[in-house]
Design a protein around this ligand. Sequence first.
Ligand code: APR
Length: 236
Amino acid sequence: MKKRIVVLSGAGVSAESGLSTYRDNGGLWDGIDPYEVASAEAWERQPGKVLEFYNIQRRKLAEARPNEAHRAIAGLEKDYIVDVITQNIDNLHERAGSTHVVHLHGEATKIRPENTCNESDGFSEQYVVDCGYGEVNIGDIAPNGAQYRPHIVFFGEAVPKLERAIDLVEKADILLIIGTSLQVYPAAGLYRYARASTPIWIIDPAEIPLYDRRITHIRKKACEGMEEFVRELHQE
Ligand code: APR
């Protein structure tokens, strides 16, 4: 029986693909207030500014390619049952070959009518459409007559895939946390659902203020850190 690995990823796993993180120096939130472009309130007040922010993210994503860390994570599927729970709205895990990816905060390349809720049930999901890397603007109207909005979990909105993520972490034999500052809940609290016997690995070049005896911190960038992580796995 293959062991189960759950990978909780954040923006740092895509940094070496040239996509900015949020909170590092020069990151996306360095100079942009997230509540102006990525919150439910901003969508109500200035939807055009929100749409433009995500148009810019999509243009950057069109130029980005998966990196060796994305590929190493996908490669784990040879020997393990792997579920990726990502906070990232990019599609680089999928493009690297990962087959089970849960996007906790939505996906940049998807949109849905603004009058549908972001429930991860069959009903609402049917309204979600793929917009690729193209622009979405005011006046782009869905068949049901509503303005299209990014299929993103805005600040201030519920995280509909949280229960699914918790279920996956509870079942994990190994938990890998890679490239996240663990500052945004509920994603940041997911590791607490891992069993007491589940080893937790963190790959991040920065200090991570977590003190838990299950944690091994590989203090490296994602690509190099994944090489070390895979070596450690093969020694188990
Ligand atoms: N390799 C690995 N980790 C890296 C690298 C790298 N090359 N470069 C930076 N990091 C680490 C940083 O040290 C930091 O811990 O990646 C993390 C990035 O943290 P954030 O910028 O806060 O991104 P993230 O944790 O994914 O943000 C979570 O916040 O704004 C919301 O919805 C947004 O999903 C996002 C959420």
